[in-house]
Write a protein that binds this ligand. Structure first.
Ligand code: IPE
Ligand code: IPE
Ligand code: MG
Length: 244
């Protein structure tokens, strides 16, 4: 069943937070939490596919995460690399179409090559669209988009009037994905942490205390069910009051 019929979100975005706390609670080093987080990600990707979600965007590494200790940053880069190497074939077979969203600067040629390969080998797939936000920051994304449009205007390729909301959205990494209908944040924090700042304008937000490594199918389904109970108004009056 398509999400249009089921009422399920066409696009779900997840801020996968809480790996460090998950490990600390078990008196384990933080990196083991990240490793466990990859397992939760695999479960979430499969579940999103199974539920007919069109697009899943996951926040894996922010432009601010470089501020962490070098060992942790190196571990995360390596984990991302290895996960892609290990999982790409299965994801390709499952029909997942991968897109990396984030800044290419500061990343090693190895990492960039594995990204490009992941996008290339899954480009023709028609199943779940999986956007992996890595070295992603909403402000950087917006600044880049503005710079591009202003550059086009300065070169006379477009006029200032051509700088519309749609023109700006087209310059974002997420284009042509629709805006996320639902943004899930695990780990209990009520903030966006620089995630999808433009695209989140009308997203429904769902925060759970569950830490990312513990986020399984049941927790994902709970978030979807919560979403189904929301009334999205987009600035209008409630549906039942529309004719009064
Ligand atoms: C999220 O888990 C993963 C990344 C940000 C890369 P954290 O590492 O932020 O875990 P907590 O928030 O410290 O528990
Ligand atoms: C958000 O988590 C980024 C990712 C999940 C990749 P953080 O742990 O970095 O966010 P803050 O620091 O609590 O805002
Ligand atoms: Mg965190």
């Amino acid at each position: 069943m398509s999400t249009a019929k089921s009422g399920l979100p066409a696009h779900v975005a997840i801020i996968m937070d809480g790996n460090g706390r998950w490990a600390r609670r078990r008196a384990m080093p933080r990196y083991l939490g990240h490793r466990q987080g990859v397992k939760a990600l695999k479960t979430a990707v499969r579940y999103a596919s199974r539920r007919g979600i069109g697009t899943l965007t996951v926040y894996a590494f922010s432009t601010e995460n470089w501020r962490r200790p070098k060992e942790e940053v190196d571990f995360l880069l390596d984990l991302m690399y290895k996960t892609f190497v290990q999982e790409i074939e299965e994801l390709r077979r499952e029909g997942v179409r991968i897109r990396l969203i984030g800044e290419r600067t500061s990343l090693s040629p190895d990492v960039l090559a594995i990204w490009d390969n992941a996008e290339k080998v899954t480009a023709e797939n028609t199943g779940l669209n999986l956007n992996v936000a890595f070295n992603y920051g909403g402000r950087t994304e917006l600044t880049r988009a503005v710079r591009e449009l202003v550059g086009q205007a300065a070169r006379g390729e477009i006029s200032v009037e051509d700088i519309t909301e749609e023109a700006l959205a087209r310059q974002l990494y997420t284009w042509p994905s629709p805006d996320p209908d639902l943004i899930i944040r695990t780990g209990g924090e009520y903030r966006l942490s620089n995630f999808l700042l433009w695209q989140a304008a009308y997203s429904e937000l769902y925060v759970t205390e569950v830490l990312w490594p513990d986020f399984g199918e049941r927790e994902f389904e709970e978030a979807l069910q919560d979403y189904l109970r929301r009334e999205r108004r987009f600035g209008q009056v409630p549906q039942k009051e529309q004719n009064s």
